[in-house]
Design a protein around this ligand. Structure first.
Ligand code: ADP
Ligand code: MG
Length: 313
């Protein structure tokens, strides 16, 4: 039994296949991240799960309910943090949280929720006076106050500076502590890696990888980089034969190779034989971000966040 099951989900807008055969499951109490570039279909998927958008085909189950027909009793059991929510500007933080609280049968305490999202000192401030980061935290408070079993967070940190992002990460960590099932979207792989138990990489409405961050890292190609500088007076032509591509890197060199052990052995054997040190020698493996960018490039789109892409509601 899963908290969320998505099976062969499709959503078309005219000719656009926004979601093109997505399948995944999310366990109870799991934090699950859907990662993908702009236009991947993340918001469309989340809104279908929330019951706010109709699907073209496929099956969806959240908490044993089909969101399309779950109605009000379904929406009372989920929490929603929209990518671009319009907030009532003239209310204070506490007033707005109380207003939303009144819509749910199960409720958390207003001050408890306000404190949980780190807005206690803004409790009586009007919404229109809040910064962007404070608004996102208020969004989260509104999603939480109905004490939902499942929480949907659509790009909870987009537009945040690094310290606001860290605070938001802490917040999602505290949701995990409350035992909530969380499905979040992001176009930052480092965020997904930090927050999520499992990650789905979605490009152009299709799943290109799904698993723990470690499992996704393992799907990348096995190329490692051996970087080093050459001792004074030594040129690359003096090096032994190395398997891989030798490229300049700053004042030194980097070798991209699938056999780093052999390359290191040749290089260090050669240097030791000459009685020399290879300055700044290091071996690195692709980061999860590198693997993600490879996956996205292989799927034929650009992973870089594009601020000019319109947001949809
Ligand atoms: N209401 C809509 N009408 C037409 N096309 C839409 C609509 N909403 C989204 N799309 C298109 O569907 C695709 C996926 O959009 P979206 O789900 O917002 O992606 P993401 O949230 O990953 O950026 C995009 O090509 C987008 O332009
Ligand atoms: Mg979106």
């Amino acid at each position: 039994m899963h908290a969320i099951t998505v099976s062969d989900l499709h959503k078309r807008y005219g000719d656009v296949r926004a979601v093109d055969g997505l399948s995944f499951t999310v366990g109870f109490g799991e934090v699950f991240a859907v990662v993908g570039p702009n236009g991947a279909g993340k918001t469309t998927t989340v809104e279908i799960l929330e019951g706010h958008r109709h699907r073209t085909s496929g099956t969806v189950d959240v908490l044993g309910t089909d969101p399309a027909t779950g109605g009000r009793s379904y929406r009372e059991r989920i929490g929603i943090v929209l990518q671009d929510a319009g907030l009532e500007e003239d209310f204070t933080v506490a007033e707005l949280v109380r207003l939303y609280r009144g819509m749910y049968p199960r409720r958390l305490d207003v001050d408890e929720v306000v404190a949980l999202v780190g807005l206690a000192d803004k409790r009586d401030a009007r919404v229109k006076t809040l910064s962007g980061g404070q608004r996102r935290r208020l969004d989260l408070a509104l999603g939480l106050v109905g004490d939902p079993d499942v929480l949907f967070l659509d790009e909870p940190t987009t537009g945040f500076d690094p310290s606001a992002r860290r605070r938001a990460w802490d917040l999602v960590g505290s949701l995990r502590g409350l035992g909530k099932t969380v499905l979040l979207t992001t176009h930052y792989m480092d965020e997904a890696e930090h927050l999520a138990d499992r990650v789905a990489v979605v490009v152009a409405g299709r799943l290109v990888a799904c698993g723990t961050p470690e499992e996704i890292r393992a799907t990348g190609d096995a190329v490692a980089t051996v970087a080093f500088r050459l001792p004074a007076g030594v040129v690359p032509a003096d090096l032994p034969e190395l398997d891989g591509a030798l490229l300049p890197r700053g004042a030194g060199w980097r070798l991209r190779t699938t056999t780093p052990t052999l390359a290191l052995n040749r290089l260090t054997g050669w240097a030791v034989g000459r009685g020399e040190e290879l300055p700044q020698i290091e071996v690195t493996r692709p980061s999860l971000e590198d693997v993600y960018l490879e996956l996205v490039a292989a799927a034929g789109t650009d992973a870089r966040p594009d601020a000019s892409t319109p947001r949809h509601r």
